[in-house]
Design a protein around this ligand. Structure first.
Ligand SMILES: *Cc1c(COP(=O)(O)O)cnc(C)c1O
Length: 360
């Protein structure tokens, strides 16, 4: 068996320890004589899994009592509709558009009400985060929406926007659990888990209790109501049971690593290795404003499309997978999520140096 260094943006690398544990428990989960995939989501064993996962996530993020944690399906993209359907009481929301995912969310919200784009960085191909300290927040906005880490472009909000008292809604898909967060600063935090936490099929929503109401837009399907899922502890219908189980294992792994403070340090160390090299390289350069750089997704280019393609191919042959950039940025992108070991980044930089020396 040999494992590659997987720099995929998502679904992405998971901790090897977690995969091994899951393999060991595959046929017989803790003496139940069955796999977690085969058990009733209403069984005692599964109750332990989902409740344990929630408790560990609460501990890791310091989630206050007045927030609910929901394990849902439909991916992050389903939330683009679910959020306005549940939160647009006044029929208005403000969106900060810093990339494709934020743009999609903004466009989707426009189906359900008035979605105002109050800031954008599209003028420079989303290569920076706009100043959000004094935006024209609408007086009747039900919430202000951001995509906190822009997976495709490699930017991250280093300071949260001034929402002027409106609830902040954040898509954290690609920075979930990468560093400590102050949950109280948000009305709703959500993310698809396949970037930094677990297998595709689970989306986690952390929502302040007062935002969970019966008062949703007319026509909102039962399955798209936060209240239904909150009242039923994420067991209204069959949840993505196996995916939640793996997420729970990743939460345990994160606790063993020392929690989110320790992850932040580790992620900063990894990102610095790559960014420092990009800043001094004669061949490669980063594509985003330095102060807005993501710790998780690092896009870079040579400036020559053919050379980029040759690099991606050579890297793949050397065991560095999924380095091709998103088509809207071109070049390369290294996603260095929690589970990417520091050795992976060190070896990638070594390889980039060698490639550079051979080219220039
Ligand atoms: C990947 C991604 C999405 C879309 O996730 P799906 O689960 O495929 O719907 C949305 N937002 C961000 C920030 C992402 O990285």
């Amino acid at each position: 068996m040999s494992r590659v260094y997987n720099f995929s943006a998502g679904p992405a690398v998971l901790p090897e320890e977690v995969l091994r544990e899951a393999a060991e428990e595959m046929l017989d989960y803790k003496g139940t004589g069955m796999s977690v995939m085969e058990m009733s989501h209403r069984s005692k064993a599964y109750e332990g899994i989902i409740q344990g996962a929630e408790a560990d996530l609460r501990e890791l993020m310091g989630i206050p009592e007045n927030y609910r944690v929901l394990f849902l399906q439909g991916g992050a993209s389903q939330q683009f509709a679910m959020i306005p359907m549940n939160l647009m009481k006044n029929g208005t929301a403000d969106y900060i558009v810093t990339g494709q995912w934020a743009k999609k969310a903004w466009q989707e919200a426009g189906i359900y009400g008035k979605a105002n784009k109050i800031a954008s960085s599209e003028d420079e191909n989303f290569s920076y985060i706009p100043d959000c300290s004094d935006l024209p927040v609408s007086p009747d906005a039900d919430y202000v929406y951001i995509c906190e880490n822009n997976t495709i472009y490699g930017t991250k909000f280093k300071a949260l926007p001034n929402t002027k008292g409106k609830p902040l809604v954040a898509d954290v898909s690609s920075c979930f659990l990468s560093e400590p967060v102050d949950v109280t600063k948000y009305g709703l935090i959500y993310g698809g888990v396949q970037k930094n936490i677990g297998p595709a099929g689970v989306v986690i929503v952390i929502i302040r209790e007062d935002l969970i109401t019966e008062d949703v837009l007319p026509g909102t399907p039962t399955m798209l109501r936060y209240k239904i899922h909150a009242d039923n502890a994420s067991l209204y219908n069959t949840p993505p049971a196996y995916g939640i189980y793996i997420c729970g294992k990743v939460f345990q792994w994160l606790k063993r690593q020392g929690g989110l403070e320790a992850m932040k340090e580790y992620n900063e160390r990894k990102a610095k290795i790559l960014y420092d090299f990009l800043d001094e390289s004669r061949l490669f350069r980063g594509t985003v404003r330095k102060e807005d750089r993501s710790l998780m997704n690092v896009p870079f280019v040579t400036g020559d499309g053919d050379l980029d393609a040759r690099f991606v191919k050579a890297a793949k042959e050397a065991g560095f997978e999924n380095l091709k950039g998103h088509r809207s940025v071109g070049g390369m992108r290294a996603s260095i999520y929690n589970a990417m070991p520091v050795e992976g980044v060190e070896k990638l930089v070594e390889f980039m140096k060698k490639f550079e020396n051979e080219e220039k």
